[in-house]
Design a protein around this ligand. Structure first.
Ligand code: GRG
Length: 299
């Protein structure tokens, strides 16, 4: 398997996939009105970012044997949900941050009200992307994707995780609660990315279940690395305020386990994630490389 991964040009793959995603994101918000709302939505959606979520969706679709183009609107929808969660997370009533993706946060530029509404509009546009702007995919598959998105964006997913996270600020938090927060705030959306991509590609139950194990591993690992980078990287590199967890007195993996043990845990989780895809190792090079990217990233 190592040999197969070695021959895969991940840099070229990332570059190509990002271009595809950036173009689709740009096309998803046309010359619409009101202009202020459109500008605010575009400001955050087109501000860069790693585009990990849409790329995971496209890679899972391909692994399931589907065509990437058919999953593109869903990939855009997932990035819209992610972006709206960042806009809302940065609001003064939440994490109260003024830097995101290397620029002032949405509410700093457009004000709280428009930032909230731009988030709402991105969330609803996400469902429009799947239900009205996807071509060549059966209604049955799209309905399943809509179901996944409804769960991940709601109380069982991001919103639930955010509420528990806010509740825990300044309190002693055990590893179990921390894992709950991470699996809901971060892991759930990453899982939805691979599940939705795979559903569009026509995955069977066996592949869906393996992808769910893969997603849990990369989801937790992603957040552990996020916690580590918050301590070790600069705001300039991260494009968001570094050291925020300490300031907000948040419990993190490095706080509970230390930096070395946290990194070991992230590495183990990525190994578990990759292992789940072993039976598909010939066709899963992008997903395997994306798993490694999660622990090797510097931002
Ligand atoms: C979805 C309806 C709805 C509400 C959102 C605010 C909120 C409820 C949830 C917070 C979710 C959140 C901000 C989780 C943090 C996830 C995380 C680690 C983000 C950083 O992701 P990266 O590093 O960012 O992939 P880029 O900028 O590269 O995309």
């Amino acid at each position: 398997m190592q040999e197969a991964i070695a021959s895969f040009d991940f840099v070229e793959y990332l570059d190509r996939s990002r271009t595809l995603v950036e173009n689709a994101l740009d096309a998803s918000l046309g010359p619409e009105k009101p202009v202020k709302l459109r500008d605010s939505m575009r400001y955050s959606l087109l501000a860069g970012g790693k585009r990990l979520r849409p790329i995971l969706c496209l890679a899972a679709c391909e692994l399931a044997g589907g065509e990437v183009e058919k999953a593109l609107p869903t990939a855009v929808a997932l990035e819209m949900i992610h972006t709206m969660s960042l806009i809302h997370d940065d609001l003064p009533s939440m994490d109260n941050d003024d830097l995101r993706r290397g620029r002032p946060t949405n509410h700093k530029v457009y004000g709280d009200a428009v930032a909230i509404l731009a988030g709402d509009a991105l969330l609803t546009r996400a469902f429009e992307m799947v239900s009205l702007r996807t071509k060549g995919v059966s209604s049955e598959r799209l309905l399943k994707v809509v179901g996944e998105l409804s769960l991940v964006a709601g109380a069982p997913g991001l919103v639930g995780g955010q509420v528990v996270d806010l509740d825990c600020e300044g309190k002693e938090v055990d590893l179990e609660t921390l894992e709950y927060i991470h699996l809901h705030k971060t892991g759930a959306l990453l899982k939805a990315c691979v599940t939705c991509g795979a559903l569009i590609g026509g995955a069977d139950e066996r592949l869906l279940s393996a992808l769910s194990v893969y997603a849990r591993g990369i989801g937790l690992a992603f957040q552990i690395i996020d916690d580590i980078l918050d301590v070790t990287a600069s705001s300039e590199i991260l494009g968001k305020t570094a050291g925020k967890d300490l300031i907000a007195d948040k419990t993190t993996y490095p706080k509970l386990l230390g930096l070395d043990e946290s990194r070991r845990r992230a590495d183990d989780l990525v190994a578990e994630a990759k292992n789940a895809l072993e039976p598909w190792s010939k066709n899963s090079k992008p997903l395997l490389a994306l798993a490694d990217y999660i622990t090797s990233r510097d931002r």
